[in-house]
Design a binder for this molecule. Structure first.
Ligand code: DMJ
Length: 577
């Protein structure tokens, strides 16, 4: 992307959206409550009021969005009925479990999705529980992972604070200058107070470590921290570099710089460490502050390092007064060049573009393995290319560099690959991990099970990798690519994926479940609804099927758990002035 003079010109001609989102959310509620939640067949719902005001095509997407709202209500109702106050729902056995420290994680992760969907009753239920119980949980419970708690709980609280009208210094949900108070439930200050309390406790991970790299685990009640149990106490690289959006925004809204400073020190420290063409190993040792091992991948333990290099740069006014964080954009650009040089490959026989791994850090040991987690990269590349603006506007304003154009092209290819990881299976759901056939690989009998699938030969799914955890990364990228390109193909893909979740993971008594095997029609249900199904997957589907000016990408940056945080208004102002 070219420097700010081009962007200044672009921004000055780029009008803020001004249609109040309340209106559409109101319409949506009508569709949702008049629809049949167990049957999303289109055209069955009679909606004369809405039909008068929308083209037939828009009406289809309003109804599909309503189907996502119904799914969210079904998920929430299962949690509320059987597991409220637990971290997660076990929908088959209809009980709760505490896999995230016993802090009611689903209630917090789901809250801003309910706000965005305009589900006042869910906001009251989740918000009510949070207001009544959460402080007590922080002070009496909580052996937690620093990263998981930051992205799901701190991120969720901070987003709820802003979306409920707390931070009026930054754009509201539709990008208009004032924050929009959308929801009932607790006052914004309740969420902020809890976020601060949690942030203070999580700070132990930084304070206890002898280096800039925080320990992996925190005991909230004791305000203490310790290294992870395995891997010689190493912290995951993605984990220690996926805290900065949240800690930095916490500093901004509390006025206390300590959170942002501690988190940003991680990046400042990593800036000086040796890398392989911008790529980094997946572990860091908090005692030495160095990388541990050589394993390089953009999947588990590596992924969101690359995501936050870009997003923190965006959040902190990267296009305006962001000289201080320009090094992050430079590190991101170097890493993406490394990805293209060392990790991008094509499958045989049909040439799907995929991202492989370097388990020993050496090019000769390239592995054609790609976690579903890597699918975040399609959206990230597109976001990095246009900074969230529509491709058409960005092109016309002349601020896309040659590299931006290449990144956008790679983003589109990867999104197709990720979609095909769903499309190739019997269930229409992607496996947790896929291998891509390369020259000389004669593996047989490990396809996705769908006869005549176009990429049946290209995508290999090993028996232990066949599960689906309701993950969001592909629909996340479809959402970003739809916003940027306006190509409705991404919406159609998202709708197919949504229907597959409905068909294969829905539990009639409430909730959705991870499944064991995407290659068979009646898979064993794993009996777990991950919090990110409500926090991310359904939120991104809702936004994908909705209007462009709800949470515009030029004003919000989504943390890695899909909690939207505002891009600093000061940064935006400096570009606009
Ligand atoms: C989420 O918690 C976040 O998206 C994280 O970055 C990766 N794993 C899950 C979803 O798959």
């Amino acid at each position: 992307m070219k420097d700010s003079p081009f962007l200044k010109k672009f921004w000055s001609t780029h009008r803020l959206p001004n249609l109040p989102p309340k209106l559409r959310l109101g319409l949506l509620r009508q569709v949702s409550s008049s629809g049949n939640s167990s049957n999303h067949q289109e055209n069955e719902v009679k909606l004369p009021f809405i039909a008068e005001r929308n083209s037939p095509e828009e009406l289809v997407w309003i109804k599909r969005q309503a189907a996502v709202v119904d799914a969210f209500k079904h998920a929430w109702n299962g949690y509320k009925q059987f597991a409220l106050g637990f971290d997660e729902l076990q929908p088959v056995s209809r009980r709760g479990i505490n896999g995230l420290g016993g802090i009611g994680a689903t209630a917090i992760d789901a809250l801003d999705t309910a706000m965005i969907m305009g589900l006042d009753d869910v906001v009251e239920e989740a918000g009510g529980w949070i207001e009544k119980e959460l402080a007590n949980r922080f002070s009496h419970q909580g052996q937690v992972n620093l990263f998981e708690t930051t992205i799901r709980v701190l991120g969720g609280l901070l987003s709820a604070y802003h979306l409920s009208g707390g931070d009026t210094s930054v754009p509201g949900i539709d990008g208009s200058k004032n924050g929009v108070a959308l929801s009932p439930g607790p006052k914004p200050e309740v969420y902020l107070k809890l976020a601060k309390d949690l942030g203070d406790r999580l700070m132990a991970a930084f304070e206890a470590s002898p280096s800039a790299i925080p320990f992996s685990d925190v005991v909230l009640s004791a305000r203490s921290a310790h290294p992870a149990a395995g891997e010689r106490g190493a912290s995951s690289t993605s984990e220690v570099t996926t805290l900065q959006l949240e800690f930095w925004y916490l500093s901004k809204v509390t006025g206390d710089p300590k959170y942002g400073k501690a988190a940003m020190r991680v990046f400042e420290h990593i800036k000086g460490l040796p890398k392989l063409e911008g790529l980094v190993p997946i572990y860091m040792n908090p005692h030495s502050g160095t990388f541990q091992g050589n394993n390089i991948r953009l999947g588990s333990r590596g992924d969101s390092y690359y995501e936050y290099l870009l997003k923190v740069w965006i959040q902190q006014g990267g296009v305006g007064d962001g000289q201080d964080v320009q090094y992050l954009r430079d590190m991101y650009d170097e890493a993406m060049a490394g990805v293209k040089h060392l990790l991008v490959a094509k499958s045989v026989p049909n040439g799907l573009t995929f991202i492989g791994e370097l388990p020993s850090g050496r090019n000769e040991d390239f592995s054609p393995k790609m976690d579903h987690l890597v699918c975040f990269l399609a959206g990230n590349l597109a976001l990095g290319a246009t900074r969230g603006f529509p491709e058409k506007d960005a092109k016309e304003s002349g601020f896309l560099s040659e590299k931006d154009v290449q990144d956008l092209a790679l983003a589109k290819e990867l999104a197709r690959t990720c979609y095909e990881m769903y499309n190739v299976t019997t269930t229409g759901l992607a496996p947790e991990i896929a291998y891509f056939r390369t020259e000389g690989d004669h593996t047989e009998g490990m396809d996705g099970g769908k006869p005549n699938a176009q990429y049946k030969e290209d995508i290999i799914i090993k028996p232990l990798d066949r599960h689906n955890l309701l993950r969001p990364e592909t629909v996340e990228s479809l959402f970003v690519l739809y916003r940027i390109t306006g190509d409705s193909m991404y919406r159609e893909w998202g709708w197919k994926i949504f229907q597959a979740f409905e068909a294969h993971t829905k539990i009639s008594t409430g909730g959705y479940s991870s499944i064991d095997d995407v290659t068979v029609a009646n898979s064993y249900k794993r009996d777990k609804m991950e919090t990110f199904f409500l926090g991310e997957t359904l939120k991104y589907l809702f936004l994908l099927f909705g209007e462009d000016d709800v949470l515009p990408l030029s004003y919000f940056v989504f943390n890695t758990e899909a909690h939207p945080l505002p891009i600093t208004w000061e940064g935006a102002n400096s570009v606009l002035s």
